[in-house]
Design a protein around this ligand. Structure first.
Ligand code: AMP
Length: 436
């Protein structure tokens, strides 16, 4: 039996791979206008980073992380030995913890420095139950801004993300933007206690997961899909009624800035998001047209305590990540037709094997002037070279024949109009370039 890709992973085949590249180029173009520059961090990190950063009680850390272990260390464990804490590695389930670790490790935001605005793209890994729009390896594009707590950062990042979606073709009225504030270390503990007390009074009606959540992280009960729990959470105390004055002010300003920018959004006090590090602003973007249960195409928020959690100096932060695969599904569900990757501008055909060297030279020259050029590499007949040129969607075919070559000429055929003309070989490059 042939070996298949692991469950919950997908190959980005060439046509789709060009979409991933295009999305990332658009993201770089849009985000760079806001001062974001790329950073790349490892796909494996010490497990401890995620435990401390994302939170031990979160689903992501407690159930969904893939452990990465060297063969040697695995043997040691199987034999009942132990391994050093720094050798306990996990595949990253999200991008924020790694970027924040890098910022702290390399002191990218020294005291008094302007905020570090960083963007990343790449695969994330979560051992979730695979379904449409939910994979075990998926691709995210994200940003992190460290060193500023002003709500202008939150607002401009959300505005920037919405313009990215529009640039890739997701229409504004086919998206829903949900926003909330999670409070801070001053107001959230009291609110958490309130939700805990509320749940404790109804414990017998809760699902088993929410019974555990109630003790570990009661706010996660807002995410429960169980009907009975969802009904209970409808009437639970709302965080926005329990924010401290500073958080209320921050939320109000962020809100005002989104309105000034003309963004439609929905305040959703039950939006808590799955990761423990969020403080104040949280948001999520959903694709209304999506036919999947997994319709969140991106989300993020503020994490003013995260650097301290992982041992760094207090540095406020804000970030988001968008899911590449979910964006593709949203576009497909809305009927968007994906164009095929461009394969060839000009195919150089040989009328006889003796002219292969000349064809080789011309193809190289064409590539050097920036054209996508190809020739036959399988000793095909001239007829089958034409078929290949057609398959590659080549706009032009340059035909080199021994007789014409002896006269210093080369033929150029336009594959759309089927017109053919001979040009002097020393003018071939310019003639081809001019016709493309
Ligand atoms: P999160 O890191 O959970 O805030 O996720 C940010 C975005 O990544 C989500 O809005 C989704 O678009 C995408 N995403 C998260 N988990 C998955 C997954 N298992 N499969 C595909 N996309 C995902």
């Amino acid at each position: 039996m042939t070996i298949q890709a692991p469950e919950g992973t997908r190959d980005l085949l060439p046509d789709e791979a060009s979409y991933w590249d295009a999305f990332y180029s658009i993201a770089k173009d849009v985000f760079s206008k806001y001062g974001y520059i790329p950073i790349y961090t490892p796909q494996i990190e010490q497990t401890e980073l995620f435990v401390r950063g994302i939170g031990e009680a979160t689903d992501v850390v407690s159930k969904e992380m893939f452990t990465a272990i060297s063969g040697e260390n695995l043997k040691r464990l199987v034999e009942g030995g132990s391994i050093k804490a720094k050798s306990r590695l996990s595949l990253r389930p999200e991008g924020t913890a790694g970027v924040v670790r890098a910022v702290v490790q390399h002191d990218l935001v020294p005291q008094g420095a302007p905020p570090a605005k960083l963007m990343y793209a790449g695969p994330m890994f979560r051992a979730e139950r695979p379904q449409r729009g939910r994979q075990r390896q998926f691709n995210q594009i994200g940003i992190e801004c460290l060193g500023a707590d002003d709500p202008t950062i939150d607002a401009e990042a959300i505005i920037m993300l919405m313009s990215f979606y529009e640039r890739i073709g997701i229409e504004r009225d086919s998206m829903r933007l949900l926003v909330n504030s999670m409070g801070c270390e001053n107001c959230r503990p009291a609110y958490r206690d309130l939700v805990h007390a509320y749940l404790a009074e109804r414990e017998s009606e809760l699902c088993d997961t929410c019974k555990t959540r109630m003790e570990m992280n009661p706010l996660r009960a807002f995410d429960c899909k169980n009907e009975a729990c969802a009904a209970i959470m409808e009437s639970a105390p709302k965080i926005t009624d329990h924010l401290c004055e500073d958080c209320k002010e921050h939320y109000g300003q962020m809100f005002g800035l989104l309105k000034r920018a003309g963004l439609d959004f929905v305040e959703d006090p039950s939006l808590v998001r799955g990761l423990d590090y969020y403080t104040r602003t949280v948001f999520e973007v959903q694709a209304i047209s999506s036919q999947s249960a997994q319709n969140a195409i991106g989300g993020g928020g503020r994490y003013d305590k995260l650097t301290e959690e992982i041992g760094g100096r207090a540095t406020p932060g804000f970030g988001f990540a968008l899911g590449y695969e979910r964006c593709v599904l949203a576009l497909q569900d809305a009927g968007f037709q994906f164009a095929k990757a461009k394969k060839c501008d000009v195919f150089v055909a040989c009328a006889s094997p003796d002219v292969r060297m000349d064809a080789f030279d011309l193809v190289q020259q064409l590539r050097a002037i920036g054209r996508i050029a190809e020739m036959d590499h399988q000793s095909r007949s001239l007829k089958s070279q034409f078929k290949l040129a057609d398959k590659l969607d080549s706009r032009l075919v340059a035909i080199i024949g021994p007789d014409e070559l002896a006269q210093g000429l080369i033929k150029i055929r336009n594959m759309d109009s089927h017109e053919e003309r001979s040009v002097p070989i020393n003018e071939a490059l310019a003639a081809i370039d001019g016709e493309l």
